[in-house]
Structure formats: structure tokens, C-alpha cells
Design a binder for this molecule. Sequence first.
Ligand SMILES: Cc1cc2nc3c(=O)[nH]c(=O)nc-3n(C[C@H](O)[C@H](O)[C@H](O)COP(=O)(O)OP(=O)(O)OC[C@H]3O[C@@H](n4cnc5c(N)ncnc54)[C@H](O)[C@@H]3O)c2cc1C
Length: 419
Amino acid sequence: MTMRQTDTDADPLVTIVGGGVHGVHMAVRLFQADLIDPCELCIVDPVGLLDSFRRKCHQCGTVELRSPFVHHVATDPFSLRDFARACGREDELVPSTVGAERPTTSLFFDHADWICDRYDLESSHTEARATDICENRQTVEIKTNEGHISTRWCLLAVGHGGSFTYPEWASELASTGSATHIWDPSFDPNAIDEMSSVGIVGGGITAAQLATKVAQLPGRDVVLFARSPFRVETLEASTDWMHFSGVTEKLHAHPPASRAREELVSEARYDGTIPPYVFRRLQRALEEGRIELEQSEIAVATEAGGTVVVTCQDGSAYCLDELTFATGFGSPYDNELFHHLRNESTLQTGYRGAPVLDDETLRWMRQNRTPSRIAVSGVAAQQVLGPFARNVIGARRAGELIVEFLESELEVEKREVTP
Ligand SMILES: Cc1cc2nc3c(=O)[nH]c(=O)nc-3n(C[C@H](O)[C@H](O)[C@H](O)COP(=O)(O)OP(=O)(O)OC[C@H]3O[C@@H](n4cnc5c(N)ncnc54)[C@H](O)[C@@H]3O)c2cc1C
């Protein structure tokens, strides 16, 4: 593995922490804007570029993306469609009842890999986990589990940073390994025994997809524990929020990183919903008896000799070989890195640890109210960009804002060093 040296000549100009959709898109934008040379960029991620998103799609059996084909990691909106045409894969652009066609996951990732190759992003990738970040006057110092990186600018794109949630009653089961979370990196749906009885807890898209995937093998008994009625929505929020203007002013009217902004974002997000095409597959599996639906809340679940016994409030009980939680991500501000930054750095945070970001540039503000050399893209920028901040379209908007400010900052820095 290559780790950057602290020698100033080898220091990257820009370091992106996180090589997911947001990190990769940011890198593409930096190269397209001709702001940096490949040797001036470092992308720090403990896993391969886009691997975390790829793994999650595999874990819950995502076959097609929820978003349209113009949402991808390149900058030209039609890049993915042109790629599909050039490869004779137009049939992987799946018609949608509302809006544009959606790519299959394999088409989305093949196109993304092609873009990564085109810009040779792998040569900028350093396999490491950032554990701490602090700012000096002209640099940002990034501590990782593999060494230390000194950089002029840092872009944070860590997604949820590995945080996910269990219901409170399940914490003991989770700690003893008797139940798993779908986003646990070790969870693999293909490892579930062909004859298992499987319980899945959750009522949104992730649970629905996992249940239909697991129920494809007829030898399995699959129970879906969904205590609330299903809600069907095509997208994760109203399309008004996709334009990042007008409606985002509602957010900006409140102080940054405030409770009011956080509440507006969660009201706007259709969390726990299922898009129509996933709901139809679930409905079919329920009608055919391949999945049993249990709507009564789980009262107690205990481990008993290799199985988990689940008792619901209506008295029904199930003996399961596997219990998997599809109960969502944790707070985007509570992953290890953000936690550390909140406690140890001079960066300003607000309600529930949300970063105080500048609305125009996504730069993280210092406690002294000046903008830092660290900018944020992804779910942690949702109080600025709204409910689609975490999505591919959010990466595109964050990319525009960040590249715009970096362009002028780098221009100023260049003028300062050129006599
Ligand atoms: C199953 C599924 C389907 C989805 N479908 C869609 C869709 O159709 N359309 C859409 O727009 N959105 C979709 N989303 C939302 C989706 O999560 C985002 O679009 C996208 O994956 C978020 O990208 P990201 O880069 O912010 O996060 P991630 O993809 O999670 O990438 C973050 C990266 O940061 C790395 N990282 C974390 N902590 C550190 C650290 N301390 N140091 C270094 N690296 C670190 C991780 O290893 C990871 O590689 C979907 C999400 C899921 C889970």
C-alpha cells in the first residue's frame, strides 16, 4: 500500500476522504475543471472505490437504481446512456412509471468503473481509514490507520461512515451475534442456508428488497416483521428538492446545524418508503405465500440454542435460524470520524453534532466563524442541500459548489506564490 510521505513536495493538494459515489464524483469534477493533476489528488478509503455502495446493493438485492439514468458519477448527464448504447446495453435502462428510465445496478457500476478507469482514479487511491483530522494555518493534517497525510484541502465524503441502527430491544441479540444488521460489512445474503427460516425486521425499501431476494429459494421460510403499513413513493422526497433552489431557501432561513433545519430535512424525506416496482415484487411474493407478513410489534426476541425465538405483541411466536435488521442507518454525524472531530477539533458543530457548513460552499466553519479548509459532501451536508444531499444528485450539486470555491481559492494561492 502506498502512503503519502510528509515531505512537502509529495503532499497532495486535495485529499478526498471516502471513495464512494460522492468522493468519486468530486474527483472527476476536479479533473474535469483542470484544477489539479493526478499526482496532486489523494482519495483515502479503507475499501476499493465505490465498493461500499456496491456491497450494500448486493446485501439488499438492489437490481435497479431508484434514481434516473442521468444520476451517475460522471459530469455529462448523458454519459451513462451513451455508455449503455455503446455497449449495446440499452435494455438495462429500465422504464419507469414516472420520470426517466433507471439503470440496472450492474450498468450503473460498470459505467462508474469505466469513469474511474478513464480518470485513473485508482492511482490516487490510498487504502486507509481516516481517524482524525486537524487544521493548521495552510494545511489539513489527516491521521489514518496507515500513517499521516498533509494536504492543502480536504473534502469529506464518508457517507454514513459505517453507522447503522438496531431497535433498542435488539441490542443484546446484536452484541452476541445472534442477529445481524443488513449494513454490517460481514452480512452476506448468499451465505444464508437454503433451508433456513429467516426473519427480516423493517418496512422500507431495504427490507422489502431483502425479503424478496431471500424468498427466491423455495426451501426458505421468510417472515417480514413490518409493524407499520407500507408506504409507496417513487423517490425519497418531493422532486422540488432535486433542484436545490427555492425550496432549499426554507432550510437556509434557519441557523446552520440547527434543530429546525434537521427537522425540516426529516419531514421532507420519505424515509421507510418503497418504490412501486419493489412493492409490486413484494406484493407478488406475499400473495404467493413465499413471504409471511407479521405486522404486530415484536415484544421480545431471545437466543435459544442457535435459533432466535421472536414473540410478538399479538402473541404469535416464531423460531428463526436467522434474524436480520433492515432498520436503517444511524446518525450521519455520529460515525467515529465525526465523533472525534466534534470532540477534538476547532470545527463548529450544532444540533446533534451536525457540522456547521457554509451554505454557499459547503466549507465546514471553524469555531471562530471563518471557513476551514475542509468541505463536506454527502448525507452530512443535508442541512444545506436538503433530503437528496446523500443521493447521486446531491453529489452532483455538492461537486458544483465545492469545485466553484476551490477554483477561486486555488487561483488566489497560485497568484500568491507566483511573483
Ligand atoms: C442499497 C442502496 C441503494 C441506493 N440507491 C440509490 C439510488 O438509486 N439513487 C441515489 O441517488 N441514491 C441511492 N442510494 C443512496 C446512496 O447511498 C448514495 O447515492 C451513495 O451511495 C452515497 O454515496 P457516499 O459516497 O456519500 O457514501 P458511501 O457510498 O457510503 O461511501 C462512503 C465511503 O467513505 C468511506 N469511509 C467511511 N469512513 C471513512 C473514514 N473514516 N476514512 C476513509 N474512508 C471512509 C467508506 O468506506 C465508503 O467507501 C442508495 C443507497 C443504498 C444503501
